[in-house]
Write a protein that binds this ligand. Structure first.
Ligand code: NAP
Length: 268
C-alpha cells in the first residue's frame, strides 16, 4: 500500500493537502503535538481515509530518521509533504533556521533512504522571494548538510545586524525559506535518477493558524494580491496535493509560487 507522509500534517495546509490527495493510500501525519495529530487523523478517518500519527520534531534528525522508518514499515513511501514550519512570530532566529531549513535537510535525506521512487514536496514561502539576490548566502547554504553549526552561524550573523526583533526573525524566516527552495532544487537533481521527484511550493499569506498570527505584519503583502485577500487552507491543500501527486510526474527542480499574485504584484 502507498504511504503519504505529511510533516506538519496535524493542521493547516498539511492537513488540507491530505484531504485533497487520492484516498488509495495510508496517511501518516506528524508534528510535535499528539493531541492535534489525533484530531486530524480522526477527521481523515471520518472521511474514509486510513490515517496514522507519529510525533516528530523535524529539527531533530534522529526523530526524522525514526519517522521515516515507521513510515516504511506501513508500506511503500511514495509521497512526502514537508509542511512542518515555524513563522517569525513563533520563534527566535536560530529555532526558525533549525526547523525550517535544517528540518528540510533531514526530511529529504532520511526519506530518500527509505523511498524507492516517489515525490517529495517541501513547503517554502513567498517570503523566499523578498530577499534581494545579493543577500542570498548560497555559499553558506552549501554548508548545511555537513557543517550545520557553521551554516547556522553564518545566517545568524546576518540576522543580528538587524536591531528590530520582528524584522530580525523575519529575515531568519526569509533566509530559511529561501534555503528550502534552494535545497529542494538541489535534492531534485540528486534524487531524480532514482525516480524520486522533488519540488518546493511557496504559499503567500494563508488563513491557517500561522497565517492568522502573521496577518498584521503581512497586510502589506495582501495589497499586492490580485484579489486582495488571503488564501484559504483548502486552496493551498489542493495546490500541494497536485504537486505531490505522482501523476504530475514532470514537475521537478522548481518552486511553485501559489500566493495570489503577491510577488508578481509587488514587482519583486
Ligand atoms: N500560513 C501562511 O500564511 C504561510 C505562508 C507561507 C508559508 N507557510 C508555510 O506553510 C507551512 C504550513 O503552515 P500552515 O500555514 O499550514 O500553519 P500551521 O497550521 O501552523 O501548520 C504548521 C504545522 O507544523 C507543525 N510544526 C511546527 N514546528 C514543527 C517541528 N519542529 N516539527 C514538526 N512539526 C512542526 C505544527 O504542529 P506542532 O506545533 O504540533 O508541531 C503545525 O501543525 C509552513 O512550513 C509555513 O512556514 C505558511
Amino acid at each position: 500500500m502507498k504511504v503519504c507522509v505529511i510533516t506538519g500534517g496535524g493542521s493547516g495546509m498539511g492537513l488540507e493537502a491530505a484531504r485533497a490527495m487520492p484516498n488509495d493510500r495510508i496517511f501518516l501525519l506528524s508534528g510535535r503535538t499528539q493531541q492535534k495529530l489525533g484530531r486530524a487523523a480522526e477527521q481523515l478517518k471520518a472521511e474514509g481515509r486510513q490515517a496514522f500519527t507519529m510525533t516528530c520534531d523535524t529539527s531533530d534528525r534522529r526523530q526524522v530518521h525514526e519517522l521515516a522508518r515507521y513510515a516504511a514499515s506501513l508500506g511503500e513511501v511514495t509521497n512526502v509533504i514537508n509542511a512542518a514550519g515555524l513563522s517569525p512570530s513563533m520563534a527566535a532566529p536560530e529555532k526558525l533556521l533549525r526547523v525550517n531549513a535544517l528540518g528540510t535537510v533531514y526530511v529529504n535525506r532520511e526519506f530518500a533512504k527509505v523511498m524507492k521512487r516517489g515525490v517529495i514536496v517541501d513547503i517554502s514561502s513567498n517570503s523566499a522571494y523578498q530577499l534581494p539576490k545579493l543577500m542570498i548566502p548560497k555559499r553558506a547554504f552549501a554548508l548545511a548538510e555537513k557543517h550545520e553549526q557553521e551554516f547556522l552561524d553564518r545566517l545568524l550573523r546576518m540576522c543580528v545586524l538587524i536591531k528590530d526583533s520582528y524584522k530580525s526573525t523575519g529575515l531568519a524566516y526569509a533566509l530559511s525559506k529561501n534555503f528550502v527552495v534552494w535545497y529542494a532544487k538541489k535534492s531534485a537533481f540528486e534524487l531524480g535518477s532514482r525516480g524520486i521527484r522533488v519540488c518546493s511550493l511557496s504559499p503567500g499569506l494563508v488563513a491557517t493558524d500561522m497565517g492568522e498570527l502573521e496577518k498584521g505584519e503581512g497586510a502589506a503583502m495582501l495589497r499586492h494580491t490580485a484579489e486582495k485577500r488571503m488564501g484559504t487552507p483548502e486552496e493551498l491543500g489542493f495546490a500541494i496535493a497536485m504537486a505531490a501527486d505522482e501523476r504530475n510526474g514532470y514537475l521537478a527542480g522548481v518552486d511553485i509560487l501559489v500566493d495570489g499574485g503577491s510577488v508578481s504584484g509587488s514587482g519583486s
